[in-house]
Design a binder for this molecule. Sequence first.
Ligand SMILES: Cc1cc2nc3c(=O)[nH]c(=O)nc-3n(C[C@H](O)[C@H](O)[C@H](O)COP(=O)(O)OP(=O)(O)OC[C@H]3O[C@@H](n4cnc5c(N)ncnc54)[C@H](O)[C@@H]3O)c2cc1C
Length: 292
Amino acid sequence: MFDLASIYEAKSVSAAIRALEDDPSAVVIAGGTDVLIKVREGRLAGRRLISIHGLAELEGIALTPAGDVEIGPLATFRQVAESPVIEKTVPVLGEAVDQAGGPQLRAQGTIGGNVCNGITSADSASTLLALDARLRVRGPRGEREIPMAEWYRGAGKVNLAPYELLVKIVIPRENYEGYFGHYIKYAARNAMDIATLGVSCMVKLSGDRTAVEDVSLAFGVAGPVPLRVYGAEAAVRGLPVAEAADQIGPAALEEVSPRTSWRATKEFRIQLVRELSGRALREAARKGGAVL
Ligand SMILES: Cc1cc2nc3c(=O)[nH]c(=O)nc-3n(C[C@H](O)[C@H](O)[C@H](O)COP(=O)(O)OP(=O)(O)OC[C@H]3O[C@@H](n4cnc5c(N)ncnc54)[C@H](O)[C@@H]3O)c2cc1C
């Protein structure tokens, strides 16, 4: 049994926003794979839920005429993983979310819920951060777009103002075109496990495919929120691929702050950052046909 005050099934985004204004303590529910756990554990017990499940305006994955990728927040992990648009433009995102939970979880959990929960281990987060995705949110005063880099405000806290909903995840064309990406989820098990560390790397190669023209590197669980290591990226830009792969991990250590949890010690996570950064870069470059 779930201890709920009530559940309201919104028929539109505006109706959901109005319902939030009417009851500021109400909680938005999409797939419910986080929310219902918290209700059951008592952390959200007795609350009113506002369901956005099934709202067509929040579904779908499409390519705009300008070539930007637009992902509705209600797209499930499975829909993202199987989307031909994602496969063609940012396959690394499909690969990342395909590593979340198990098949049932991937059929129910949404990408919007994954970025709105503010959790550092979210499997979509480091890739969206490496891609510099933009999050379009809508509230009583209209819409605004927030770069992923400004989304996380602390563990479990995101840049959503009261009564705002995430309505679109946008990956601008210039952020993915010409780039190849690779995501590594390190976990104790291959399925149904949260990342001990996640790392996502996007690489653009030089014309002769020997050097790293541009790179972005982002982590989950290397700090309280998903984070980019801008200094390490700058340090390896322009280097031959093999050198960049050797140097990016040690450089990234300056910018991460993992902690010890029951899953792993801080020292083990530091070792993962050092090792997996270079592997992710190397593999992304290999996908781009790098001459190593
Ligand atoms: C068994 C199990 C295994 C899991 N394994 C993984 C894993 O391997 N990797 C991983 O990343 N996650 C994992 N999760 C966590 C969870 O499934 C994901 O975070 C999922 O993406 C949440 O999506 P949802 O639609 O179910 O979110 P919900 O539970 O509906 O919502 C999550 C949060 O986001 C808010 N929210 C949702 N949509 C919006 C919106 N459009 N606008 C504003 N706020 C919104 C809700 O209010 C809530 O705070 C697991 C969960 C379970 C139960």
